[in-house]
Design a protein around this ligand. Structure first.
Ligand code: SF4
Ligand code: SF4
Length: 380
């Protein structure tokens, strides 16, 4: 297993990290303990020593699973444990300590090696500061309950920069980075560079874009398969190896769901082979396919959001629509579609949004396209 010795953090981690957000499940959606425990065993045997979960994963059952399958069965000093405070659920200051204590209880441990503020954008960061998050971090570190503090973020680069500037205490960060986002979303590269410049080590999440870069229905994956046919290299392995070349990354997370995925991923990282020129060319051609798709040129600036009388989250809808065009991840598109009343079909065509859109997008017309796709995929 490829290891990364990060002197700043004082750790040696396996470059492949085990993400416990897509564990094997039963028919009713609950965690399949036997199958998932076998995955943990296989990962440990393969040299994985970084395990990432969150308070909210698997309907709040993921932490408890790791407590049983990992913490109770392996020496506590043989692995690093990462979990996340659900900043989006916090409603008052007292919940910060209570949620950390609950994570410790579920994980059956007295300390968390890597503790993250989950999914921080500027609004959430401001909210957390009002709840005394900085004092909470100091308290939790002094008591030994957390060893290192970081944050994960899906914000844009401008907000990300402000957060990094505002609190120099963050010791690591977790970002969604993969070759597709890197090439099609300027914020991805910009956020990577902000973290690198600030000297904040990186955990990469979604290196395979939630499975989108290994979905055989995706036009991107079809191109990769065409270019690499006969080489024995899988699209997922190629995406992992691309991420593994990011100099500032000390862990590349994979949310594994099957024993086979664990075996394949461990093999990919034992050790990681540098990308060949043919593989890099295949990635470049794939990016060309992605860029040629008829996506909505929304930059996520959110100028249109406040003025919508129906409170439709326009940039989020466009982002999910674009992601579906890229990766054909139908399940995500349907699962995270907004509730009735705030859907694309609820647009009353008042035009307030288009009037302020710097990209001059005909938003009502594009929302009709989004709605048509939703009608089509939700009926499948
Ligand atoms: S045109 Fe539709 S999406 Fe735009 S502001 Fe009006 S109701 Fe909202
Ligand atoms: S104003 Fe235009 S570019 Fe900005 S979020 Fe809205 S649709 Fe996207």
């Amino acid at each position: 297993m490829e290891k990364k010795n990060n002197q700043k953090l004082g750790v040696e981690t396996s470059l492949l990290g085990f993400g416990a957000m897509r564990l094997a499940t039963q028919k009713d959606g609950s965690i399949d303990y036997k199958a998932s425990e076998a995955m943990i065993d296989k990962a440990v045997a393969g040299g994985v020593n970084y395990f990432d979960t969150a308070y909210v994963y698997h309907g709040q059952k993921s932490e408890g699973f790791l407590g049983d399958a990992l913490v109770s069965r392996y020496p506590r000093d043989s692995f690093y444990l990462a979990t996340k405070l659900p900043t989006f659920n916090v409603t008052k200051a007292a919940e910060l300590d209570a949620m950390l204590d609950e994570s410790l209880r579920r994980l059956k441990t007295d300390h968390i090696d890597f503790y993250l503020l989950h999914a921080i954008d500027l609004d959430r960061w401001e909210k957390m500061k009002k709840f005394g998050v900085v004092e909470f971090i100091d308290r939790a570190k002094k008591s030994g309950k957390i060893r290192r503090i970081g944050f994960s973020s899906h914000a844009n680069a401008a907000e990300y920069q402000k957060i990094v500037d505002d609190y120099p205490g963050f010791e690591f960060t977790q970002l969604q980075i993969n070759y597709a986002d890197w090439a099609t979303n300027p914020d991805t590269k910009a956020m990577y560079e902000i973290a690198e410049k600030a000297g904040i080590p990186l955990v990469v999440m979604e290196p395979v874009r939630g499975g989108g870069l290994s979905n055989p229905d995706s036009p991107a994956v079809k191109k990769i398969q065409e270019k690499l046919s006969g080489s024995g290299v899988t699209p997922a392995a190629l995406a992992f190896r691309w991420a593994a070349e990011l100099k500032n990354a000390f862990v590349i997370l994979s949310g594994m769901s099957t024993l086979q995925q664990v075996e394949e991923n461990v093999a990919t990282f034992s050790p990681v082979k540098p990308l060949s020129s043919a593989e890099l060319a295949a990635i470049n051609e794939t990016v060309g396919v992605l860029k040629s798709l008829p996506t909505v040129p929304c930059t996520g600036c959110e100028y249109c959001v406040d003025g919508c009388p129906k409170q439709i989250n326009i940039p989020e809808l466009f982002d999910r629509y674009n992601a579906h065009l890229f990766f054909k991840n139908t399940r995500n598109f349907v699962q995270f579609y907004p509730p009735e009343g705030k859907r694309a079909s609820d647009c009353v065509e008042c035009g307030a949004c288009s009037a302020v859109c710097p990209q001059h997008i005909d938003i009502p017309a594009q929302l009709k396209v989004v709605d048509a796709l939703y009608q089509q995929v939700s009926a499948e």
